[in-house]
Design a protein around this ligand. Structure first.
Ligand code: COA
Length: 459
């Protein structure tokens, strides 16, 4: 309580006064900490340290924290951390009391809540439904970079890029274009095709690894399109994100309760590409694709025939864009460094390892989806794979025994647009009239994580 009072800062004072007061408070506090350390038998010092540790939980390493806190400079961040921690010391006793009280109340209410839940399922206002894709849309940045443009930046050439990857150009955001603006354009197009009003969307899932806001872009999209009634959240599963999001969205409808779900795959990885690295800058581009999922009246009309999804974090190092410094296991040494360490590194990739993984994983996951659906590869009419490399697409098609006529490819135009690539390819295949009612579409995404996922849909 005393310590909390020491750190209490009157908000109405000037910032210089507040800063001085903070310094004095911290010095007094540090003095107490030292005194506490000297007195080995002091139980209050022990409980003080324990409370510090528990307040930090797993978030900050203890030693780095002490180092950080005893640095002579004082910042807003440290003061607010300290205030929170000291607050937690003061509150420990109160919290213990409250926790015991809360436990008692919880025991009582759990019974009540459980009863409510059971009642809901007995008198369920919703029933399981089927789900289908009712609309598709896409958006691409206006500006694009050709292979010849890249040859001016790094040692490469059009022939090498086309032969090794199949890529001819890639779009990149510029001016006031953002991930959200692309998502808005693609979503409105998909909603128009589905004949669904934004107010009728129940859920928005934005699959992305490059949001405009660290806390997510889905809510920004929700606001932009006026989907006031929707829950909106981001999903990060890199280049598998759209397929994972699609399967998620389907289940929200199949399980009952949701009528319309908007699933968006969007990425602007040009923000994280090292434009001096010819091993990666030739591959990535920006874009967005969106689909609207709508409930069907009968469960058996569901478009989702089968799916299969995986991750393997032990292979994470093959494709990364880590928080700066995280690779070296670095901890904050000063407050100014804290800012630097919260931005992200450029994309790092072991191209050949990712290539080998993709060639193996894609046919495997599609075969698994086929098995779930009790179907054979020859029943696939369209193969819509993540557009990472034409050689990966061709190898997967070959392993599944599917001819070129069944393979959807637009990699030459857009490169690898990460979470956007599957919905972009799907959208173009639908718009061109190639995908017709009753056709079976196999989709698969793969990439960082590592993650890989596939699904089979009856159009
Ligand atoms: N232009 C010209 N030469 C290049 C080059 C470029 N852009 N990039 C690499 N090279 C060179 C290499 O330095 C190497 O030269 P060396 O033989 O003198 O050492 C040579 O070309 C072969 O490099 P390598 O890495 O073996 O090429 P590759 O055939 O494996 O192709 C990728 C490289 C990146 C195109 C390929 O590995 C790939 O597509 N991997 C999968 C990546 C992927 O899909 N990532 C996203 C997953 S979501």
């Amino acid at each position: 309580m005393q310590m909390c009072a020491l750190l209490w800062i009157n908000a109405s004072r000037t910032s210089t006064e507040r800063e001085g007061e903070r310094e004095r408070s911290l010095l007094r506090l540090r003095g107490r900490e030292e005194a506490g350390k000297r007195d080995e038998s002091s139980s209050s010092a022990e409980s003080f340290r324990n409370s510090f540790k528990s307040a930090l939980r797993a978030r900050i390493e203890w030693r780095s924290f002490i180092h950080h806190m005893s640095s002579p400079s004082t910042t807003m961040m440290r003061v607010s951390w300290r205030r929170a921690i000291v607050g937690s010391v003061e509150n420990t006793t109160t919290n213990n009391r409250r926790a015991r009280q809360h436990e008692k109340t919880k025991r009582k209410t759990t019974t009540t809540r459980h009863a409510t839940k059971c009642q809901t399922s007995q008198t369920a206002s919703f029933s399981p439904k089927g789900a289908k894709i009712s609309g598709v849309g896409k958006a691409l940045p206006k500006k694009f970079i050709t292979n010849d443009d890249l040859a001016k930046l790094v040692e490469t050439n059009d022939e090498w890029i086309r032969t090794r990857t199949g890529i001819g150009k890639r779009h990149v955001i510029s001016g006031d274009e953002t991930l959200t603006s692309l998502a808005e354009e693609a979503s409105l197009e998909a909603l128009k095709m589905a004949n669904v009003n934004p107010e009728d969307i129940d859920l928005i899932i934005v699959a992305t690894s490059s949001p405009d806001d660290l806390f997510g872009s889905a809510c920004l999209l929700q606001s932009a399109i006026g989907a006031k009634g929707a829950l909106a959240y981001d999903l990060t599963a890199a280049c598998s994100g759209f397929v994972v999001g699609l399967v998620n969205g389907m289940h929200y409808i199949r399980g009952g309760g949701y009528e319309n779900v908007l699933v968006v795959g969007a990425d602007v990885l040009s923000r994280y590409v090292d434009w001096r690295d010819r091993g990666t800058c030739i591959l990535f581009g920006d874009g967005c694709g969106a689909v609207v999922l709508t409930a069907t009246s009968k469960v058996e009309e569901c478009s989702l025939l089968g799916f299969d999804m995986h991750s393997d974090g032990s292979q994470n190092h093959h494709l990364t864009a880590k928080v700066c410094g995280a690779k070296a296991g670095k901890v904050w040494q000063s407050d100014s460094e804290a800012g630097e360490l919260t931005s992200y590194d450029n994309i790092g990739m072991n191209g050949q390892d990712v290539f080998k993984f993709a060639v193996r994983a894609v046919p495997m996951t599609i075969k698994e989806s086929l098995k779930n659906a009790n179907m054979q590869p020859e029943e696939i009419d369209h193969l819509v794979l993540h557009q990472a490399n034409q050689r990966i697409i061709d190898a997967a098609a070959q392993r599944l025994g599917l001819g070129d006529d069944k393979v959807v490819s637009n990699i030459a135009e857009y490169g690898n647009t990460s979470a956007a690539s599957v919905p972009l390819a799907l959208c173009e295949a639908v718009e061109s009239g190639n995908v017709k009612r009753g056709d079976v579409v196999a989709m698969a995404g793969f990439g960082a994580g590592l993650t890989w996922a596939s699904c089979l849909l009856k159009w």
